[in-house]
Design a protein around this ligand. Sequence first.
Ligand code: CA
Ligand code: ZN
Length: 281
Amino acid sequence: MSFLLSDEHRIYSMSPDNEPAMQVVPGSEVVFITRDCFDGSVDWSRFPDCLDDIDGTKVNPATGPLAIEGSEPGGTLSVRILSIEVMDAGFANRLRFPVADGKADLPASIVVPVEPVIGVIGVAPAEGKITNRTPGNHGGNLDTRSITVGATVYLPIQVEGALLAMGDVHALQGDGEVCGQGIEIGAEVKVRVDLTRRDLPKRPVVETPSHICIVSSAETLDQASDDAISVSGEWLAHHLGVSERESHAILSLVCDLRISQVVNPLKTVRMCIPKHILRWE
Ligand code: CA
Ligand code: ZN
């Protein structure tokens, strides 16, 4: 079955108190209509001056939340990204970027194919609320460029129904997101949601065609790196049935610790483990 979740349903923080906008069974395909990071409030006729009037309480809207039947705390939600269609223009660093025919126009007549990234994707935390400015173990503002078409995002379920929400799509974004923005843009994101029995760490995990990336966020890059290394090392030791000394060496020899973003309240890195060394079907 295929469903549509419109951008009428937006949340600015992830919380168990958010009422589900829709409930679906595992295996469903859902299109999320998402707004840009400023809630679709940019007025191109007054750009970039209109950016000075942005409502700071309405940043990073995420469309949702979607409840997935049978989701229980302790389980893992899988979100396969089937397609991302972006609108015809976005912005970054107070500059406007037209997008046409799957390509973005950059300064100096540079034209590059878009590689859309879902900046904010997450589930409700067990308690309290976490603003969509911040990434964490629930997902949120991960700004991780591997979260693109063809990837599957695994999220640790913390409340019944999971309460999945997403938004803040970028038509383009590099590792680091160093100016604080990708090409911020409205989008239509089609995903398949499911529950998985895979044994995964309690962090957001991104499966790409070639790698399993374990995503960690913390106040500093050093702390985020330490977390990614220890969580990945422990998981890999268990997964491969080797000692932690051996798994730590494997991380060092064939895995890549990459920076996702350095601009959010918590910084994000990911440890990317090649799938060919894993028992992964
Ligand atoms: Ca973001
Ligand atoms: Zn963004």
